[in-house]
Design a protein around this ligand. Structure first.
Ligand code: GLY
Ligand code: MN
Ligand code: MN
Length: 302
């Protein structure tokens, strides 16, 4: 506005001397970014096709890693297979730096070193997605390197999966953005209490947000041309309601870093996240990344 006022003053002054050179100086400024953000939040049919394709290719890349992963491999070998599969199948690149985290590394949220050897009994957390025609996928799967969950890994996995499926059920027109996180937090808190990882009274644990020690991020984000895409999460101070054409991730996790104090050592080093990409439809949602296996029976190997 200051610059425009200077321009207006100068042109006004000049116009007296040279009326033929009068220029129009805008009197209002409108920020176009919110308009673009809003347009990007609602995907049209061709954008949905690209996002479906990005998610399908990426989901099959995850499936390939699950089948090929073995103790003794390096994390970056899995990264290489993921990248290669995406590029062989139509993606021009990756949507973001892949996270391939084995063992305790899975408890570091943005672990991208990917340079450790995978050990027997490690879980592998892979958060990776390809980009197809400029549209991103963002998928996480966690599975046992040797094909079989330990008892404790399975207990935490079942809890995260239960929370994620309930969170996904909340994604439908009319429900608000926060209903996903609220639902998942209740399930995770209850589950951690049942497993003895959290202790105390459920209501008290919910009030004090005790889950944050082990689940310290939000339920997900808008997804589109960017991984953490544009679009407001609140409108006039209220959580936004889902509408058809929106695309988002649902990605609960539980991370028990091996430095955690006052906890039975059998839980240490377990980090699990399950992340899918969802399109809001007129009566619910479509899981765009459903080709990536996540049921225990599908991901364990004999
Ligand atoms: N890959 C980044 C995220 O899951 O938000
Ligand atoms: Mn994500
Ligand atoms: Mn992710």
């Amino acid at each position: 506005m200051k610059w425009l006022n200077v321009a207006r003053h100068n042109f006004h002054f000049k116009s007296r001397l040279e009326p033929q050179s009068v220029l129009q100086v805008p009197s209002i400024l409108i920020d176009i970014l919110p308009l673009i953000s809003e347009a990007r939040l609602f995907k049209c049919p061709v954008e949905i096709e690209y996002m479906r394709r990005a998610a399908q290719i990426s989901a099959l890349a995850h499936k390939r890693l699950m089948e090929q992963c073995r103790p003794g491999q390096m994390e970056y070998q899995l990264e290489a297979w993921f990248n290669a599969y995406c590029l062989e199948n139509g993606c021009r690149g990756l949507a973001y730096n892949s996270i391939v985290a084995s063992g305790n590394n899975s408890c570091t949220l943005h672990y991208v070193a990917n340079d450790q050897a995978i050990k027997n009994n490690d879980l592998i957390l892979v958060d990776a997605g390809g980009e197809y025609n400029y549209y991103a996928a963002d998928i996480t799967r966690t599975y046992p390197a040797n094909g079989k969950f330990t008892k404790e890994q399975r207990q935490i996995y079942e809890l995260v999966l239960r929370a994620q499926l309930a969170g996904i059920d909340q994604v439908k027109p009319g429900n608000r953005w926060n209903s996903v996180q609220d639902t998942m937090v209740k399930i995770i808190t209850t589950g951690l209490l049942e497993l003895g990882i959290l202790k105390g009274d459920l209501q008290q644990l919910l009030t004090t947000k005790a889950h944050r020690q082990f689940y310290m991020h939000s339920s997900g984000h808008w997804l589109g041309m960017d991984v953490h895409d544009v679009g407001d999460y609140k409108v006039d101070g209220n959580w936004r309601t889902f509408e058809p054409g929106m695309v988002l991730t649902v990605e609960p996790g539980i991370y028990i870093h091996n430095s955690t104090k006052n906890i039975d050592s059998k839980w240490l080093g377990i980090g699990i996240r399950i992340e899918d990409d969802l399109l809001v439809t007129s009566n619910g949602n479509e899981v765009l990344s459903s080709l990536a296996p996540k049921q225990i029976a599908e991901i364990e190997r004999g």
